[in-house]
Design a protein around this ligand. Structure first.
Ligand SMILES: C[S@@+](CC[C@H](N)C(=O)[O-])C[C@H]1O[C@@H](n2cnc3c(N)ncnc32)[C@H](O)[C@@H]1O
Length: 270
């Protein structure tokens, strides 16, 4: 692949006549290898090459057979180590060379994972592609902390939002997010935590609304801290909570119990 050729031209010049492989956009889940789906594991075992991101845990990479080529294309917030176009070109090139390609992403490919963009590009190139869903971070974090996303006494709906936009800007529908009796899970928002809690209070949530931060959910180094809209920025600073973490806002967080969460973690790890 020549990364200097524009995407459309490169796709047009595509590898006609060669037997074509397949791309599987696979969700790796939040980190615990036991949370991979059976289909995801099967695809890893069948792969010729695995192209993976930084949120894919070591335990999952250990499940890739040793002969399989691994290519790291990880990105961190505002540090895109491999541009999106180049990642798509890479997986298309590998599939056009006849290989079974697994594009492995943290969580679920279609939840803040750019899976939609990659799917469009791969489809446009005429390469067979499938999507294998994964457990998104919010589900992993809630399962391991004992915080239910919905609960008949506390929350009627759950909303997943991202603190980051494609252009790097930060704008959310605050009146919608600040409604009571719902759970809001914010991905990629920890760096903007102070601004987020300020906006939620300014738009009507009471300052005593419970908030949890869960970092590295389902991994051995999972970190959970809880507070309220009023206190959580200080709690986060004191405990040095950093990405990758989720912000969970809503009355369901009042159900968090440290002892119960520890029991959940121990059983899940056994
Ligand atoms: C680019 S998004 C990818 C989300 C992913 N596709 C998913 O479905 O979970 C990255 C953000 O997801 C969240 N995240 C991913 N894995 C996480 C984990 N194990 N624990 C807590 N947050 C996580 C963090 O907010 C992180 O900044």
């Amino acid at each position: 692949m020549n990364a200097s050729i524009p995407l459309a031209a490169w796709l047009e010049s595509g590898a006609q006549g060669r037997s074509i492989g397949r791309v599987s956009l696979v969700g790796a889940g939040p980190g615990d290898p036991d949370l991979l789906t059976v289909k995801a594991l099967r695809r890893l075992q069948q792969a010729d090459v695995v192209v993976y991101d930084n949120l894919v845990g070591d335990g999952i990479l250990d499940l890739i057979p040793p002969h399989v080529e691994r290519i790291y294309v990880g990105k961190e917030a505002s540090n895109h180590s491999v541009p999106q176009d180049e990642i798509s070109l890479l997986v298309i090139a590998k599939a056009q060379a006849g290989l079974q390609v697994v594009r492995l992403k943290g969580g679920d490919p279609f939840v803040f994972g750019r899976g939609g963009e990659e799917l469009s590009t791969i489809t446009a190139a005429g390469v067979p592609v499938e999507v294998v869903p994964g457990i998104t971070a919010a589900l992993g974090a809630c399962a391991q902390t004992g915080i239910p996303l919905t609960h008949r006494d506390h929350s009627q709906s759950a909303i997943f939002v991202t603190g980051h936009r494609k252009d790097g800007s930060y704008a959310l529908d605050w009146p919608m997010l600040a409604r009571p009796f719902q759970t809001v899970v914010i991905y990629m928002g920890v760096g903007a935590l102070a601004g987020i809690v300020e906006q939620l209070v300014a738009h009507g949530l009471v300052p005593s609304t419970p908030v949890a931060l869960v970092r590295n959910a389902t991994r051995s180094d999972q970190q959970t801290v809880v507070g309220t809209l009023e206190t959580i920025a200080d709690v986060a600073a004191r405990n040095r909570v950093q990405a990758p973490a989720l912000i969970i806002v809503g009355d369901v967080v009042s159900l968090y119990d440290e002892h119960q969460a520890e029991c959940l973690r121990k059983v899940a790890a056994s």
